[in-house]
Design a protein around this ligand. Sequence first.
Ligand SMILES: *Cc1c(COP(=O)(O)O)cnc(C)c1O
Length: 421
Amino acid sequence: MSFQFHTGFSYAQEADAADPLSGFRERFYFPQKNGKPVIYFCGNSLGLQPKNVESAIQTELNSWREEAVGGYFGGKNPWLYYQDYAGKPLSKILGCKETEVTVMNALTVNLHLLMLSFYRPTAERFKIIMEAGAFPSDQYAVETLVRHFGFDPADAIVEIAPQPGKKILTTEQIVSRIYAEGDELAMVLFGGMNYYTGQFFNIQAITAAAHSVNAIAGFDLAHVAGNLSVSLHEWEVDFAAWCSYKYLNAGPGAVSGVFIHEKHAADAQTPRLGGWWGNDEKTRFKMEKGFIPKTNASGWNLSTAQVFNTVCLKASLELFEEAGMDRLRAKSVHLTAYLEYLIQQLPGLSCEIITPADPEARGAQLSLFFKERGKEIHDKMISNGIVVDYREPGVIRVAPAPMYCSFADVFRFYEILRDHF
Ligand SMILES: *Cc1c(COP(=O)(O)O)cnc(C)c1O
């Protein structure tokens, strides 16, 4: 799609007036700076607080106060099924069946749990492909996983780096590396989107390539969930995990989400580490010997539902249900293209946008690479009421989340940069 952008404020005003999602902004709290709401472009790190979470927490506090242990079966939202309340909205956001998704634990914990199910190395087939410069937690998880199985990370981990002088990977590069590793490849563990460059990878092509050499395809969707539309079921992704505090706006420490394709989850023989919450509900409370896994994603649940790190996600997902991923994504493509256009009108800023220009290969985020003074420019943005973040080396990440950011925000961002930088 091509847009007819110009540098007048009227473009932003007209786009906001035509935006069917403009009202959602009022349903979030914005931090204030110098008596004004900030321009919040950091939803890729921590989403804003939806105004409905306070009463949602209060509801569970009331159940606990009034029902105590009875809250598991009674109260407004019986806690026994608390994880299930996120299932339907998450299945729409991740493009999968409700039975393929569940919430539990935190992201890195879930990556470990899922990799322990799906990484089954042998002396011949033991390699894991990941992107060079993956999020540190993912690097540590894969490094310690292969050590746990007695392998040397130098042999077992294959990192794919951009070609010299390039900042982003090509799909051909990733796919040809998968073919090259062939029979030695046990698993691909890729970020769906690279946190630093903002590049969205071709999950479908990577999965198909991994399957063609009989390897597993797993993804960390921390920067994807609630940002872009994906079809995990149809693409036959084996497993995925994500956190809920970034684009999903569920607050710090929020419960993580996982996807396990039904071709694995429905098979009780698929290895999974057990706990009573993943056991068949019919026998869970019989307290008998012998783990009988649920034959869906919640067969990976271990512990009693953690109500207070799930309640904010439950509330936030109501907004996603109303807004719809299709409309969010359509607005996001427009909003990010507008941001890109306006930054290009500021040659004095002397930065390179390293995020792909192709809207299909990016989400809300643009990563601005500064050869010098990146941190200084970042600090100046912060003191001017613009919340963005800085990642070494040299990158300021700017992410207008479509749920609560407006075209006027993007214009104000441009105006501040134009007048003060
Ligand atoms: C944010 C993020 C994490 C964080 O993991 P936690 O276990 O929630 O601390 C991990 N991986 C990626 C790719 C991320 O973007």
